[in-house]
Design a protein around this ligand. Structure first.
Ligand SMILES: NC(=O)c1ccc[n+]([C@@H]2O[C@H](COP(=O)([O-])OP(=O)(O)OC[C@H]3O[C@@H](n4cnc5c(N)ncnc54)[C@H](O)[C@@H]3O)[C@@H](O)[C@H]2O)c1
Length: 336
């Protein structure tokens, strides 16, 4: 049985689906601080609790006979991590330590961890290989790097098999019900602004890039989920101890995303340029050659697929919210 921590979150619900499609049995641990367990496939057990609680994790591992962990639970907002660093280090770093402690005590020997391209920081114009210097520019990025250090050291001491997947910018949806409901990432932030009739913000247009806006590597969440299933399968056959970049290997600027959102939504919105955000590097694009060469995984979707699927899911979740609020209003009227 596989334990997926944070499995009720945006990426987690996609990862659980991919693992189940590959015939895996999964149990989810999630504290539901940002999770939606109703979006998980029927029959997936959800144990509600925090990864900070090692005894709780050991109990789940014992009851479900867990033999592998995919650790996604954590906090992910760069700007929030700057104002609440202590909280981020506790949730992400102590969370990692707790998961590893539970695994070691229960003799679970394989783990896949959600790391982030935020561990790299500013890397110049080259695409980023896994060997690039790690100079994270935010507490969030530093917390993910510290998690990787913990993972390496504890795995070396205890003989664990591990892979840290450094996700680049995850967006899109694998179904209409699976929208990214957080508004920390660019694509949902743009959609939220469109819905409000506001001009979405572009944080800075004086970066050293062709159009002056930040360049990122956008990866469709279903491609990312398939990467997890690929790594989990590979761990059946071999002992790992490695880091993989998971991106498409291509860069899109913030203005490219704005144009794709105009196209997908059909709304001819304008954007507004605001101050750059602290901690945002100019360009971060993956070299995803290692995971392709070693495991045969490669991203299948482009920016239009990503933004188009995200818009469909966003529209569906807005329609569902409006229906729910009308039903609520009708019930309230009926009650009087
Ligand atoms: N979304 C991205 O672009 C991105 C990029 C790089 C890395 N990541 C990492 O991927 C992971 C998943 O991200 P996501 O986008 O699905 O975020 P999300 O917030 O949608 O999902 C995180 C899930 O973890 C749960 N959770 C949080 N703290 C917990 C705790 N202490 N104990 C148990 N459950 C807890 C939340 O309830 C939620 O269901 C995170 O670790 C994040 O840092 C995300």
């Amino acid at each position: 049985m596989l334990l997926v921590t944070g499995g009720a979150g945006y990426i987690g619900t996609h990862v659980v689906r991919a693992l189940r499609s590959g015939g895996r049995e999964v149990v989810v641990v999630d504290d539901l601080s940002a999770g939606h367990p109703e979006l998980l496939p029927a029959g997936v057990p959800v144990e509600v609790g925090s990864v900070l609680d090692t005894d709780f994790l050991m109990d789940v591992i014992d009851r479900y006979d867990v033999d592998q962990v995919v650790h996604l639970a954590g906090r992910k907002a760069v700007d929030e991590s700057i104002t609440r660093p202590s909280y981020y280090y506790r949730q992400n770093v102590y969370g990692m330590q707790s998961v590893l402690a539970a695994m070691v005590r229960m003799d679970v020997r394989r783990i896949v961890f959600s790391s982030s391209a935020a561990v790299y920081g500013t890397v110049g114009d080259a695409t980023v290989t896994e060997e690039a210097a790690t100079l994270p520019q935010s507490p969030y990025g530093r917390s993910k790097l510290m998690c990787e250090w913990l993972l390496r050291d504890i795995a070396a001491a205890e003989g664990l098999s591990w892979a840290a997947l450094r996700y680049f910018n995850v967006a899109g949806a694998g179904g209409k019900e699976l929208a990214d409901r957080g508004v920390h990432n660019l694509v949902p932030r743009v959609f939220q602004a469109i819905d409000r009739g506001e001009a979405p913000a572009v944080f800075g247009d004086t970066y050293d890039t062709p159009d002056g806006t930040c360049i990122r590597d956008y990866i469709h969440v279903t491609d990312l989920a398939d990467a997890h299933a690929t790594v989990v399968d590979a761990m059946d056959a071999e002992t790992m101890g490695t880091v993989y970049n998971v991106g498409c290997g291509c860069g899109a600027s913030v203005l490219d995303v704005m144009r794709a959102a105009r196209e997908a939504s059909g709304v001819p919105f304008d954007w507004r340029i605001t101050d750059p955000r602290p901690g945002d590097p100019a360009r971060v694009v993956a070299d995803a050659g290692r995971i392709c060469a070693e495991l045969g995984w490669k991203a299948q979707h482009d920016l239009d697929d990503i933004v188009g699927s995200a818009w469909e899911a966003w529209s569906a979740s807005r329609a569902a919210a409006m229906t729910a609020s009308k039903q609520g209003a009708a019930l309230a009227v009926g009650a009087h």
